[in-house]
Write a protein that binds this ligand. Structure first.
Ligand SMILES: C[S@@+](CC[C@H](N)C(=O)[O-])C[C@H]1O[C@@H](n2cnc3c(N)ncnc32)[C@H](O)[C@@H]1O
Length: 328
């Protein structure tokens, strides 16, 4: 299969655009351009402008098509969440009227066996979304057993992490692990498939390795910080996540920026100082409709959270301050 011909169906598209509420003459930022589904809907809805980034160089050809169609209303820069402030500086732009983040991998990445993200399709163990140095093959054949078990547990919430890590290390002594199916097969041996289990037993292990290699939790936190600093008053940050830990990072970030804190013991929000709120979070996470899940199964675990910027200065805090010391 040629990976360049794959497309991506945007998840929660109408809900994101409704929340952003685009207006002519305003500037919006799509931090996860991908196939451009969110950007296209924004640009078609009114005479607004969009700056888009993606760390994956493969989306540049799609961005070129957008540039041809929308001209000066659209700008694309290959970049990462942690570089949003410097991208804006480079473009001589101080403020943005709304940010969209659609976290995780695109269908173009997941469905292209050459990218190495899928445990269902044979391909090289790569898993890099952008230009990170380490491939999954280099990582899996060199990491210590203890570190690997911790990563699979912390990033994938996989209870069989120790058993999986032990078997991976035993197998790589015999033959280096080079392909996706080789790795999936080893995980399956440590974590056999139960009859009525819907998810493949390698799902969490693959997810953990991908998130670790692409530094996704730190990137998400940096993205939220950069967006909050450059968002206009009354502008919105919309974040769609597909993983419970990512959703928790967003939820805790919004709470902390709203002047509330949460107890690390019960993870419940506890009020502290509302007057210092730099963001006001939407009340509840928005989930896809039954109809959307029926037509796009990848939407099933999606959640949209948003927050609105106030005029107060953002507070400085770290991932550790919102309960994620293990990822700092
Ligand atoms: C789920 S897809 C986005 C799909 C897009 N909304 C659409 O409608 O086509 C996520 C995209 O975000 C990109 N991405 C993930 N983490 C990133 C980061 N830290 N910085 C920049 N781009 C990132 C991925 O490369 C991928 O193309």
């Amino acid at each position: 299969m040629n990976g360049d011909t794959l497309e991506h169906t945007p998840v929660l598209l109408n809900e994101v655009i409704r929340t952003i509420n685009p207006q002519s003459g305003k500037l919006y930022f799509d931090a996860t351009f991908g196939w451009g589904g969110y950007t296209k809907k924004l640009l078609d809805s009114c005479a607004c402008q969009v700056i888009a980034i993606d760390q994956d160089p493969k989306v540049k050809s799609r961005a070129k098509e957008f540039k041809r169609e929308y001209g000066t209303r659209f700008n694309f820069i290959e970049s990462k969440f942690s570089e949003i402030c410097s991208v804006l500086k480079k473009l001589n732009t101080k403020k943005v009227d709304g940010f969209m983040f659609d976290i995780g991998v695109s269908s173009m990445q997941l469905d292209n066996p050459q990218r190495g993200f899928s445990f269902n399709k044979e391909g090289p163990l790569d898993m890099r979304m952008g230009n990170s140095e380490l491939t999954a093959e280099e990582f899996i054949n060199s990491v210590s057993e203890d570190e690997l078990a911790d990563i699979i547990y912390n990033y994938g919430d996989e209870r069989k992490s120790r058993k999986i890590a032990k078997l991976i290390v035993e197998h790589r002594k015999i033959n280096p692990i080079k392909t996706t199916l080789h790795l999936a097969d080893i995980v399956l041996k440590a974590n056999p498939k139960k009859n009525n289990h819907k998810k493949h037993p390698a799902t969490k292990t693959f997810q953990a390795i991908r998130i670790y290699l692409n530094d996704e939790f730190n990137e998400l936190f940096a993205g939220l910080t950069n967006a909050e600093q450059t968002l206009s008053e009354d502008g919105k940050i919309c974040v769609v996540t597909f993983h419970s830990l990512e959703d928790k990072i967003v939820k805790n970030y919004f709470y902390k920026s709203s002047g509330k804190d949460y107890s690390s013991y019960k993870n419940l929000p506890v009020e502290t100082n509302d007057s210092e709120a730099s963001l006001i979070p939407g009340k509840k996470a928005i989930k896809p409709s039954k109809e959307e899940i029926e037509t796009n199964i990848r939407a099933r675990s999606a959640k949209l959270r948003y927050a609105t910027r106030t005029s107060s200065l953002p507070n400085n805090f770290t991932l550790d301050d919102i309960g994620f010391r293990e990822f700092c």
